[in-house]
Unconditional design. Structure first.
Length: 337
């Protein structure tokens, strides 16, 4: 069951995430638009870094780096890496937890990380302020730095200020808290990622079957239109002269029979495709709920064998289409359409 997302600023409900674990939602109270990434935590890291540490008796500055690897319901692996000030671990999570990341979008990427929620434990990571991405940080502070340098050039001290401004920008970027949201390449030698590759292949097959179902549905609608036109044409011919149009009426009746056979075969294929889609959905859901419940390799073997059988059936039906194309009345209607 997909969770309901709340605004990180006013806690107003934003709605539920999409079935693939993503979504763009607008808070009617704050008038802000947030992007959502939801999924199962497949891996995480948390480590402390000392930015300034001399000895235990003097003030120190620490930051903590996090890396979350999230598998979405759409079987996409996302990597979210960010840092926050302080040395205490403020994000208690464990592999298998359902988490959501709330962020603001910047083009196709992330602009700012706004909040993280662990839906399994009910914990929320409340950030002291939104964490910007590194490109957005450079776009903001780099523009400010360029403005300072240009002002210095206008005052005749540009060559002195420019290197110091560049050094300050690099040092600030090094110490700033930033966030990255990427889609890493899956590695076949890593068991979890290899399993995810198998799930992605099943998901692609599900999309292919759904496309075939839609194509067969559209084809049957087209056949129904043809049958309606052919029957109308047959009725007009019979009204004028039965003997004059005997041969053409026979061709029309033969075309209608072939169209009915083709539609029946399409309906049979559609039913088998629907059944196969249900099998894939069950296996993917079992894998997402608990990786130990699914037998993906054996299921993949059985599935591809079943798909090959369906393709063979579809090829065998192609002969009906060739007979339809050879029918003069059907060919005439096709040209007229």
């Amino acid at each position: 069951m997909l969770p309901s997302i709340h605004c990180p600023l006013c806690q107003r409900s934003l709605g539920k995430v999409h079935s693939d674990g993503s979504g763009d939602m607008e808070c009617v109270s704050c008038r802000k638009t947030f992007s959502i990434l939801y999924g199962k935590l497949s891996g995480w890291q948390s480590k402390r870094e000392a930015m300034l540490y001399l000895n235990p008796h003097l003030p120190s500055i620490f930051k903590r780096h996090y890396e979350l690897r999230i598998t979405t319901p759409g079987r996409v692996l996302k990597r979210c890496a960010f840092s926050i000030p302080g040395q205490r671990d403020r994000l208690p999570v464990r592999p298998g937890d359902r988490v959501s990341i709330i962020y603001c979008r910047w083009g196709d990427g992330i602009r700012q990380l706004v909040g993280i929620t662990n839906h399994t434990s009910g914990n929320h990571l409340r950030l002291p302020s939104a964490i910007p991405s590194l490109p957005f940080w450079f776009a903001t502070y780099g523009s400010l730095c360029i403005g300072v340098v240009l002002a210095a050039f206008l005052n005749g001290v540009g060559m002195v200020v420019m290197p110091w401004a560049a050094i300050a920008l690099v040092l600030c970027a090094r110490s700033a808290d930033t966030v990255q949201l990427t889609t890493p390449l899956l590695r076949t030698h890593v068991p979890l990622e290899s399993r995810l590759l198998a799930e992605q292949q099943l998901f692609e097959q599900k999309l292919y079957l759904e496309q075939r179902v839609e194509a067969l549905r559209t084809e049957n609608q087209s056949h129904q239109d043809w049958m309606r036109q052919l029957r109308s044409l047959r009725g007009k011919m019979l009204q004028v002269s039965t003997s004059l149009y005997t041969t053409r009426v026979h061709r029309i009746e033969n075309a209608v029979r072939l169209l009915q056979q083709r539609m029946h075969h399409n309906e049979t294929l559609t039913e088998k495709y629907h059944q196969t889609i249900k099998l894939i959905e069950i296996e993917l859901e079992a894998a997402y709920v608990d990786s130990h419940l699914a037998e993906l390799e054996q299921f993949k073997t059985d599935l591809f064998r079943r798909l090959q059988e369906l393709k063979t059936i579809e090829e065998s039906h192609r002969n009906l289409w060739l007979q339809l194309e050879a029918n003069e009345e059907v060919r005439r209607l096709s040209f007229e359409g």
